[in-house]
Structures are given as structure tokens and as C-alpha cells.
Ligand binder design. Structure first.
Ligand SMILES: Nc1ncnc2c1ncn2[C@@H]1O[C@H](COP(=O)(O)OP(=O)(O)OP(=O)(O)O)[C@@H](O)[C@H]1O
Ligand SMILES: [Mg+2]
Length: 352
């Protein structure tokens, strides 16, 4: 079942006589229980997209289904009810500075008319979940950025939503605090079974907690996949760029000077090998080297954790007699036909 479904969604802004198509025919399905990431460059339409999911932004056309209900068809009163199912957090926390941590988290419940004891029964466990017990009487100005985001998360959870929307929730935080907030989001997803939609321009966020990812460019979704497959085999140039940035791939200076895109007499292929699982590829390389009498010069090697699985990113130069090189290459390229599709091999150039 899909918790969020966007069908042919468009949003056109008319500003100063010109029209901006911020969302251009987007179809998106977020499975129930998923942590789903949407990445894209600045201005791609990510914030507009996520604001359409709870109708903070009214779509120009298209359907917004949350938990099976088309929000675009609801009258104001029913829309307000439906929004209780959708929590949201932002880059800049949006806390009320005159209220304590406890009272910030209690706010949505107060607005919904809950009694004092009902509020306490909801708020206390949320403060515990988000690690804020000792800060319950503090004011936002007395908190760090990470603590403020925890308050915002607790407040978003107060109405017991089925969906949590996060717009650049970690973009204002340092790397260590980002990791702790992402770990908290993962906990919330698992413990409370809340579907999470995350908008970000940081691939590290996608790499750390997302199950699926979509990439947005100029209002359109140009690529969508399971996260491991996205890292293994990005198809569009933009997706490739995002993946390369996340694995910190950089050209090797010494090789770059001799790098060419076409093979020529005596040139050796440079091969990028991407794989899921540790210890998968090294035995295969050893086998190719022995069997075909070649040498593998490792130019770059990196193991990253992607969606809690180890993924390897290797760049190698294959050296030897032309025939051996060709056979090694064929052997490696045959691998990505493996049934589970966990190895990807690509010749990215030649050196001579
Ligand atoms: N209220 C508005 N009125 C007019 N144009 C808008 C409005 N909101 C957004 N836009 C335009 O829509 C496009 C998408 O903006 P949006 O904020 O969704 O991008 P984004 O992907 O979230 O970017 P960033 O990564 O910088 O946050 C931009 O061209 C922006 O200028
Ligand atoms: Mg934005």
C-alpha cells in the first residue's frame, strides 16, 4: 500500500507577470513505512513539492493522496482533520520562543482541545523518545540547534501522525548533530511505524536513512529507485553527479593527465566497479588476475554504508597483455548479469 501518492501534480506560481512551473507533472508513490528521500539542486521544486503533500501549498492540478484520501477534494474542515495525520519539520525549527519545550510540544494538543492530563500523557513519552526530559522547562533560546530540532520533531509527533514530512531538517546542523537527528528519525520510523518523506540536497542523508529516493530537476522527477540500486546504477547525469559526490570520488591527478576516453594501441582500461556487500569483489578480481594473467592497479577504493548495507566503490586500471586485459574485462562485465544485480562494472576511460 502507498501512504503518499502524487498523481500528475503541477504547481504554477504567477509572479510579476511571469509564470514559474515549480512542479511539472510529478508522479510519486511512497510505500507505507518507508523513509523516502527526494533530492535535487536548489530551486528544483523540492520544498514546493513537500508543501503540496499537506496542502500548505495548493497544487494547480493533480491529486494528492495521503492514506488513500485525496486531500485536494476535501473541504477546509476535513482537510484540517486530515492534517493531523501529517507532521512536518523544517530547517529552521519554527518553535515558539515564548513557550518552554514542554509547552511547544503540547501546542498541537492544546489547539485540538485535549485536557491537561491527556496532554501530559502524550507529551512526556515524546520528550523521553526525543531525549529532552531534562530540557522540558527550557526555552528555545537556551537550546542547541539539534535540541531545537528534537523539540520540533516531538511537536510534529504530538498529534500521532502517520506521515512525517521533513524539509531540509538537518541542513542547519553540523555533521555530528545531523547523524543523531537522522538516527532519531530512523527510530521513529521503526518504533512508531511512521512513513517519512525527506526533502534534502544532501546525499549523506539519503545514504544514511532512506530506503528509496527520487531525484528532482526543474520541477520534474527524473529518476527514482531503491537506494542501493540508485547508488549502484545511477542513470541520469544529475544522479551520477550526486552519487559521485556522496562517495567522494575524485579523479587521480597522476592518472588524469594521461586519461583518454577512447582506446588506442597499448592503452589500459580504467574500470569503475560498484558493488553491494563487503568481500564480494576482491576474490573475483584475484580470480581474473590469476586466470588471465593480468594486474589490477587500484586507483581508488572506498567502502560506504548505504541504507545500512556495505557498498564498495572501486576504480582500477587493468594491466597486462591485450588479450588478457580483454578477457579480464569480459569476465568482470559478465558479473553484473548476476541474478541479484549487486555488481556494476563500467569502463570509464583508458590510460597509456
Ligand atoms: N511563493 C512563490 N512564488 C513564486 N515562485 C515561487 C514561490 N515558491 C517557490 N517559487 C519558485 O519555485 C521554484 C521551486 O522552488 P522551491 O523552493 O520548491 O525549490 P527547492 O528545490 O526547495 O530549492 P532549495 O533547495 O533552494 O530549497 C523556484 O524557481 C522558486 O523561485
Ligand atoms: Mg527548499
Amino acid at each position: 500500500m502507498h501512504m503518499i501518492e502524487l498523481n500528475n501534480l503541477t504547481k504554477v506560481f504567477a509572479a510579476g507577470g511571469t509564470e514559474v512551473k515549480a512542479i511539472d507533472g510529478v508522479n510519486l508513490s511512497v510505500p507505507e513505512g518507508a523513509i523516502y528521500g527526494v533530492i535535487g539542486s536548489s530551486g528544483a521544486g523540492k520544498s514546493t513539492l513537500i508543501r503540496c503533500v499537506n496542502l500548505l501549498e495548493k497544487p494547480t492540478s493533480g491529486q494528492v493522496l495521503v492514506d488513500g484520501q485525496d486531500l485536494t477534494l476535501l473541504p477546509e474542515k476535513l482537510l484540517r482533520q486530515a492534517r493531523h495525520n501529517i507532521g512536518m519539520i523544517f530547517q529552521h525549527f519554527n518553535l515558539l520562543s515564548s513557550r518552554t519545550v514542554y509547552d511547544n510540544v503540547a501546542l498541537p494538543l492544546e489547539l485540538a482541545g485535549a485536557s491537561k492530563s491527556e496532554i501530559e500523557q502524550s507529551v512526556l513519552p515524546l520528550l523521553e523518545l526525543t531525549g529532552l526530559d531534562s530540557k522540558r522547562n527550557s526555552y528555545p533560546a537556551q537550546l542547541s540547534g539539534g535540541q531545537k530540532q528534537r523539540v520540533a520533531i516531538a511537536r510534529a509527533l504530538a498529534s500521532k501522525p502517520k506521515v512525517l514530512l521533513c524539509d531540509e531538517a538537518t541542513s542547519a546542523l553540523d555533521p555530528q548533530t545531523t547523524r543523531s537527528i537522522l538516527a532519531l528519525l530512523k527510530d521513529i520510523n521503526r518504533q512508531l511505524k511512521i512513513t517519512i518523506l525527506i526533502i534534502t540536497h544532501e546525499m549523506d542523508v539519503v545514504k544514511t536513512i532512506c530506503d528509496r529516493v527520487a531525484i528532482m530537476s526543474f520541477g520534474k522527477i527524473i529518476e527514482e529507485n531503491e537506494v542501493e540500486q540508485f547508488f549502484l546504477n545511477p542513470r541520469t547525469d544529475l544522479a551520477k553527479e550526486f552519487v559521485r559526490s556522496a562517495i567522494h570520488e575524485k579523479p587521480v591527478a597522476e592518472i588524469e593527465a594521461r586519461f583518454q576516453s577512447e582506446p588506442c594501441e597499448g592503452a589500459r582500461p580504467v574500470v569503475r566497479i560498484t558493488f553491494v556487500g563487503q568481500g564480494v569483489v576482491q576474490p573475483l578480481i584475484t580470480r581474473a588476475a590469476r586466470q588471465f594473467n593480468t594486474d589490477f592497479n587500484i586507483l581508488q577504493a572506498d567502502i560506504e554504508t548505504v541504507n545500512e548495507k556495505a557498498m564498495g566503490f572501486l576504480m582500477v586500471e587493468i594491466m597486462g597483455e591485450p588479450e588478457g586485459i580483454e578477457q579480464s574485462l569480459q569476465f568482470l562485465q559478465g558479473l553484473h548479469n548476476s541474478p541479484d544485480n549487486t555488481v556494476q562494472v563500467e569502463v570509464i576511460g583508458y590510460v597509456s
